[in-house]
Design a protein around this ligand. Structure first.
Ligand SMILES: Nc1ncnc2c1ncn2[C@@H]1O[C@H](COP(=O)(O)OP(=O)(O)OP(=O)(O)O)[C@@H](O)[C@H]1O
Length: 343
């Protein structure tokens, strides 16, 4: 899977992506703090949280696409690459991006060259990384890829001649052109008409499944995460506050923020009135010390002025001093019921 396998010593790493202690700051403001994140081979991981929680900055740090005044420290390792991406130079990064690591953002036009024909852009993506032997093979592969994203016959079109949904399908085709080990999608369907959102999502899923690529999927849409992801990380105030298998986190949220997020979503069928989380997300860099959620949390006590330790039976973990009670499934003659574990 890796472009650099031939050129570098291969580092043994079972996860495709391993992020450790990622901290992102601008001047003296900390925007993302101490984030740990792994994505296994072929795994689909969701990253959720309200606006401003640091999801995009986390993804941009992995891709090393942060604005110039924003700095990332910590460690970002990709399987098969012997150097840390945090310290990599542009030459090393340009070999990895688009080949080992591909991305799809919200706005397709930012990823496309407006003056280049669609087919040539896809062919170019393969030629740059030499995953095809020559231009003729690249053109044939581009035509084939366009067929697979259900856009036959647009190879000679320019981006402005396509609809937003068609452009995003082209971006997906380019992202998958070199069979990346990891695809990162940041709100890939948010800017699209509702009618085409499901189709683009389907193409992403089919594409990663066919290539056995791993997927890191950033979204506000918890229902999408419940449908497509195996594992989820919940971010708030620049920190990961809870993570684990999607089913466990969504049916048995322990962090009070996750609980609020789920109650405010229409995923929680019991939440007829869709309560909101009280208060507003503090401005970037102004989150409280200790638990970042404490100023909005109905369960906060003095203890929450201290940083909650990461706890919980792996693989489900959370950082909360006053976690929601654990629910267990109890089976009786009348059927299966969820009950508070110690109640
Ligand atoms: N270049 C920057 N300078 C200062 N603050 C920034 C910069 N980029 C992002 N931020 C701030 O960092 C915080 C996290 O931003 P980020 O875009 O990662 O959030 P997000 O969770 O992806 O939100 P959304 O879901 O709205 O995209 C936000 O409060 C944002 O305003």
């Amino acid at each position: 899977m890796s472009s650099l396998v031939e050129e570098h010593e291969v580092v043994e790493q079972s996860d495709v992506l391993t992020v450790r202690g990622l901290t992102v700051s601008v001047r003296d403001k900390i925007l993302v703090e101490d984030v740990d994140l792994t994505v296994g081979p072929g795994e689909r991981v969701g990253l959720i949280g309200e606006s401003g929680s640091g999801k995009s900055l986390t993804a941009l740090s992995v891709l090393r696409l942060l604005p110039e005044d924003v700095h990332a420290r910590g460690s970002v390792r990709l399987s098969g690459i012997d150097h840390d991406l945090i310290g990599a130079d542009e030459r090393q990064l340009s070999r990895i991006r688009g080949r080992d690591l591909a991305m799809v953002f919200q706005e397709p036009m930012t990823a496309l060259n407006p003056t280049m024909r669609i087919g040539d852009q896809i062919a170019e993506a393969m030629l740059i990384h030499r995953t095809v032997p020559n231009r003729r093979a690249a053109r044939a592969a581009a035509t084939d890829l366009l067929g697979r994203v259900q856009l036959p016959g647009v190879a000679r079109a320019y981006p402005h001649q396509l609809s937003g949904g068609q452009r995003q399908r082209v971006v997906v085709a380019i992202a998958l052109a070199n069979d990346p080990a990891l695809l990162i999608c940041d709100e890939p369907t948010t800017a699209l008409d509702v009618t085409v959102q499901a189709m683009v999502l389907d193409l992403i899923l089919q594409g990663v499944a066919a290539r056995e690529s791993a997927l890191l999927f950033i979204t506000h849409d918890l229902a999408v995460v419940a449908t497509i992801c195996q594992r989820v990380l919940v971010m708030y105030g620049g920190r990961v506050v809870e993570s684990g298998p999607v089913h466990e986190v969504f049916t048995n949220p322990r962090h009070r923020y996750t609980q609020g997020l789920l109650a405010a979503s229409d995923l929680d069928s019991a939440a007829h009135r869709l309560p909101t989380i009280p208060g507003n997300v503090p401005a970037a860099g102004n989150f409280p010390t200790g638990c970042v959620f404490r100023t909005r949390c109905p369960h906060a006590t003095d203890l929450c002025t201290t940083t909650p330790p990461w706890t919980g039976p792996s693989p489900h973990g959370y950082a909360c001093h006053h976690p929601a009670p654990e629910l267990v499934t109890v089976e009786t003659k009348q059927g299966k019921f969820e009950e508070v574990a110690d109640g």
